[in-house]
Design a protein around this ligand. Structure first.
Ligand code: PGA
Length: 260
């Protein structure tokens, strides 16, 4: 795991977008794992700019989103289908048939979850997975005590997640209580993982994920077991890291390492 501390949200977003663009340039038919929430908005904005201004091409790529609220139709303005359409898909050229977002309205959740897993595999697996982190340390909707080998399934959201997300809904009672989410095990199979975190509200979760024990209480800590994960964070989210100087030293010296 590599921790990259950037001066602010924009710098963090641009660096993460560049890593995704590098994958696409190397492999135009890459499979992207995408995330929702306020954190990745800057990455989507930068990728859209790269598409518009620099011709970054998404025409052969496939995408899989991490999660969706149960009960919200794709037309609901708080559904993750809607979020992705407004903030990313309508600004780039991923073919509609290559886009996958879990269904929050399927009539058969177990069958849908199994299909989603099989579809990821049939597409060759995820090349690069974008992640945020919840203030309770979750990745996707893998709340505390989620199995670290879990697969795509229905989850009951933690009270803290519902409270965190209430800001997007008119009333806290409107926040869905259930979600369909890729599992920690599903996420760990991605070739590369990019986790983003900004703001003081994420400082504890980041410190526990990076420097704490691997535990299902902080599902992001499972990323310590992944061979190629980068955390891009801002100074506020880095505030509780004990080894901050060490990460800054590595970031400074690593580019000079022999390459071949
Ligand atoms: P946020 O959510 O980006 O809106 O803070 C992150 C998450 O819960 O994964």
């Amino acid at each position: 795991m590599e921790v990259i501390i950037k001066p602010d949200y924009d710098a963090m977003s641009v660096a993460a977008a560049q890593q995704i663009a590098d994958v696409l340039n190397r492999k135009p038919n890459a499979v992207l794992g995408l995330a929702t929430g306020s954190t990745p908005l800057g990455v989507y904005k930068e990728l859209a700019r790269m598409h518009r201004v620099e011709g970054l091409d998404f025409s052969r790529c496939t995408s899989f989103n991490l999660d969706e609220y149960v009960g919200l139709p794709a037309s609901h303005d708080q559904s993750y289908h809607y979020f992705m359409r407004e903030n990313f898909f309508k600004h780039v050229n991923i073919p509609a048939q290559n886009i996958h977002v879990p269904s929050g309205t399927t009539s058969n959740f177990p069958a849908f979850c199994q299909w989603y897993e099989e579809r990821i595999e049939a597409c060759g697996g995820i090349d690069i997975q974008l992640l945020g982190i919840g203030s309770d340390g979750h990745i996707a909707f893998n709340e505390p005590t989620s199995s670290l080998s879990s697969r795509t399934r229905l989850k009951t959201l933690a009270k803290q997640t519902i409270d965190d997300n209430a800001r997007f809904f008119e009333k806290s009672e409107d926040v869905p209580i259930y979600a369909i989410t890729m599992g920690v095990g599903t996420i760990l199979e991605a070739d590369e993982i990019v986790l983003l975190a900004n703001g003081a509200g994420k400082a504890d979760a980041v410190a526990q994920a990076v420097e704490g024990p691997v535990t299902s209480m902080i599902t992001a800590s499972a990323l310590q077991m992944h061979p190629y994960t980068k955390f891009y964070i801002d100074g506020d989210a880095a505030a509780n890291l004990k080894m901050r100087e060490y990460y800054e030293w590595i970031s400074m010296k690593k580019p000079g390492a022999p390459r071949a």
